[in-house]
Design a protein around this ligand. Structure first.
Ligand code: SF4
Length: 341
């Protein structure tokens, strides 16, 4: 089969582009600190630069792009970038992950610009719990944002929920019920030890097995959806046909099929969520590199890719947070809010 393959035969297909490292929430598992080091403004890629890089990635086989952040809706004039990307027919999937706060005012603009799908991060249905988790008081805006996504005509909407023991693991069924009303498919994500999750510990992880047991106790027999995909979520069906997903990155990683890479807002390209080093694409881009030179750089890096970050972490005993605050402050590119989770 054609395409650009890494050392494990994994294709380069899926590019996550962080358009800003800023966020309007301070979630406990992602941005728990008071102060952060932000990327210098002049280093943030312009839309035309992102578009040029996406063209190069498309030539190498990428056909799925997801815009992330930080919170991508904080990026000024984002519909301008979406229009530019939506005009590329080779991108068969163009999606965005948002925390939902600004979707009430922006969902229609995203749809009009050509965005295909929206995923909203939502960890709780309880406003007081939301405030504790995110240190912001904007739960109602997130729910309004989800309603606006449906009103704007989006389908295939997803809700991403990071499940943490003793924090929100009593809401699994309630979130599925809420998802039906949006409508949106809920995906439960095992709490991961990446980036800014400096307060992570294994005992706060609710495993996929545990989640399935809890949901089976409420709903009855749960059956896996039979499908071949490189998507990170395993999907399951409740007896009434409702489908939900579980992303078991911590206890049952899926690196074997991983076709994802990440571009930060300032043009560093990371081959794995856990990678400590990225490839600077901004410098050659701004230095006038030809398309062929950029293709050679990207191809060379992908063909040498060995990353299986989550599997390596699983193999470790006495697992603790991946990174300490000091190293995150030294290199903000290690933050999940910089590279887009
Ligand atoms: S840990 Fe790295 S290689 Fe594994 S699925 Fe995540 S991004 Fe892909």
């Amino acid at each position: 089969m054609s395409g650009t393959r890494d050392t494990w035969g994994r294709l380069l297909r899926n590019l996550r582009i962080s358009v800003t490292d800023r966020c309007n929430l301070r979630c406990a598992y992602c941005m728990p600190e008071e102060e952060y080091v932000w990327l210098p403004r002049e280093e943030i890629l312009h839309f035309e630069e992102i578009g040029r890089l996406v063209d190069v990635f498309i030539e190498l086989g990428v056909d799925k792009v997801r815009l992330t952040g930080g919170e991508p809706l904080l990026r000024k004039d984002l519909p301008g970038l979406i229009r530019l990307l939506a005009a590329k027919p080779a991108l068969r999937d163009l999606a965005i992950t948002s925390n939902g706060i600004l979707l009430g005012e922006q969902a229609q603009g995203l749809k009009d610009a050509g965005m295909h799908r929206v995923t909203v991060s939502l960890d709780t249905l309880k406003p007081s719990r939301f405030s504790l988790l995110t240190r912001r008081d904007t739960h109602a805006q997130v729910l309004e944002g989800l309603a606006a996504v449906t009103r704007a005509g989006f389908t295939d909407t997803k809700i991403d929920t990071v499940v943490m023991r003793g924090v929100n693991d009593d809401e699994l069924g309630d979130l599925i019920e809420y998802g039906r009303t949006v409508p949106a498919e809920v995906r439960f994500i095992e709490y991961m030890d990446v980036g800014g999750a400096t307060r992570w510990s294994m005992d706060k992880v609710v495993s996929r097995t545990d989640m399935l047991e809890r949901l089976a106790a409420r709903y009855g027999v749960i059956t896996p959806v039979d499908e071949v995909t490189t998507a990170p979520a395993d999907r399951y069906r409740l007896p009434d046909g409702t489908v939900f997903g579980i992303i078991s990155s911590t206890t049952a990683p899926f690196c074997v099929d991983c076709d994802r890479s990440r571009l930060t807002a300032d043009g560093l390209w990371y081959l794995c969520l856990y990678a400590q080093q990225g490839t600077d694409l901004r410098r050659p881009l701004r230095g006038g590199a030809s398309t062929e030179a950029l293709k050679a750089l990207i191809t060379g890096r992908w063909q040498a890719r060995t990353d299986r970050g989550a599997e390596d972490r699983l193999a470790q005993r006495d697992r603790a947070p991946l990174l300490q605050v000091a190293s995150l402050k030294r290199d903000p590119h290690l933050e999940m809010h910089t590279r887009g989770g």
